[in-house]
Design a protein around this ligand. Structure first.
Ligand SMILES: O=C(O)CCC(=O)C(=O)O
Ligand SMILES: [Fe+2]
Length: 402
């Protein structure tokens, strides 16, 4: 991929007429953000100014894509990450990468023990792995990525109804103003759709038409892969294969389509802030533009795009109920320095039926040699923690540690 800074053409060459027209209408509001961008100095603004600017940006619903389309050459101050984050963005040196697991022989009794062992090791040592030969046709992978891309490349007026960065940010404004002191906005646009359970999910008509067919098909296929992997994870720690499915760990699903446009100053910001995923398991599909990094020991390791692969990661609740046999690991996304946008399609899985008494490490996994490492949690603990932390690195796991 050629970094855009190496291309000589004026930015407008990349814009089609529809986008140009939309930009004319938008020019007044984007001028405001151009001014914000022109004021980029590397100096972190006061918390109050930042909150005001972020609110203004959210309310405009221009999105990061809109900023890029307006032709900015420097990023607005609200996106500048603190120095301690920027200093970890050095070019990545080693050749380490997350494990790749081939699911081709998943139904073969002869191969299964080896597969179980591979998944177990990956889920405990890395918390992340890629799977290949997972059974989802390549055509659906491509169509789903294309549908998410097309959604984000529509005019702002059409996307505005689904604009959701504000929801994520306002979570942070309302809970604790101080939280934003260390928080800069990140360089991505975001679409979230609740797929299930049915009573919570958006009505089919509420899913943007441009990705309705693909998101429904994707949800079905990603759930199937997640359940296949959950069976292997169960077997890896001596549980009944169907234990996680029976506990409804794949019952609630949220589909997220993320768009990381080209960033003119990728060394000053991030695509997505470091975090662990809060629920049970995540299935992630990415296009061929890199950016996702996983924390392994002290290192940030690149997850190199592998054609046809899916990325799976253990999330917080699974770490707790597995009594730490499996690990929910921090990850982040670097700001995209390529002309081509980075697209990811993320399916978050979670409990759909919660026992009132809550959950802790499963009794089958606790013994005199392996005492419980976490306290019990209820649905309320999960929800309260989620809405008070937003996407930051203090997870429920840390709070429940014994
Ligand atoms: O876009 C990506 O690759 C990562 C997304 C992610 O980690 C998240 O949405 O939780
Ligand atoms: Fe994540």
């Amino acid at each position: 991929m050629v970094p855009k800074t190496l291309l000589f053409s004026p930015y407008n060459l990349y814009l089609n007429d529809g986008v140009k027209n939309c930009m004319k209408q938008k020019s007044l509001e984007t001028n405001r953000f151009k001014k914000m961008a022109a004021a980029t100095t590397g100096v972190i603004t006061s918390n109050e100014d930042r909150m005001k600017d972020i609110k203004e940006f959210d309310q405009s619903k221009v999105g990061v894509k809109g900023l890029v389309d307006s032709g900015i050459a420097s990023i607005p101050k609200i996106f500048i990450q603190p120095l301690e984050t920027l200093s970890t963005l050095n070019p990545y040196q080693t050749n380490t990468s997350i494990p790749v697991i081939d699911l081709e022989n998943i139904t073969s009794q002869a191969h299964r023990p080896k597969l179980v062992q591979q998944i177990k090791e990956a889920a405990s040592e890395w918390g992340f792995f890629q799977v290949i030969n997972h059974g989802i046709p390549v055509s659906l992978l491509e169509e789903t990525i294309q549908a998410v891309k097309s959604f984000h490349e529509q005019p702002k007026e059409i996307k505005a109804k689904y604009y959701s960065r504000e929801e994520r940010s306002s979570m942070l404004y309302s809970s604790n103003n101080d939280l934003y002191r260390a928080k800069a906005a990140t360089w991505h646009d975001y679409l979230q759709i609740w797929m299930s359970p049915k009573e919570q999910s958006a009505k089919v008509e509420d899913i943007p038409e441009i990705l309705r067919k693909e998101s429904l098909e994707w949800d079905c296929c990603a759930k199937k892969v997640a359940e296949d992997v959950m069976e292997l994870l169960c077997e890896g720690i001596g549980l009944e294969s169907s234990k996680f499915k029976d506990m409804t760990l794949s019952g609630e699903r949220v589909f997220v389509g993320v768009y990381y446009p080209y960033c003119p100053q990728p060394n000053l910001t991030l695509g997505l802030t470091p975090h662990t995923d809060p629920a049970t398991l995540t299935v992630l599909l990415q296009n061929q533009v890199s950016g996702l990094q996983v924390k392994h020991g002290e290192e940030w390791v690149d997850v190199k795009p592998l054609p046809g692969a899916l990325i799976i990661n253990i999330a917080d609740l699974l770490q707790i109920i597995s009594n730490g046999e499996y690990n929910s690991v921090q990850h982040r996304v670097r700001a995209n320095s390529c002309e081509e946008p980075r697209i990811s399609v993320v399916e978050f899985l979670n409990f759909s039926k919660w026992e009132e008494s809550g959950y802790g490490p499963l009794p089958e996994l606790v013994s005199a040699e392996k005492p419980p490492r976490y306290r019990q949690f209820t649905k309320a603990d999960f929800v309260n923690n989620f809405y008070s932390k937003g996407l930051d690195s203090k997870s429920l796991v840390g709070k429940l540690k014994l």
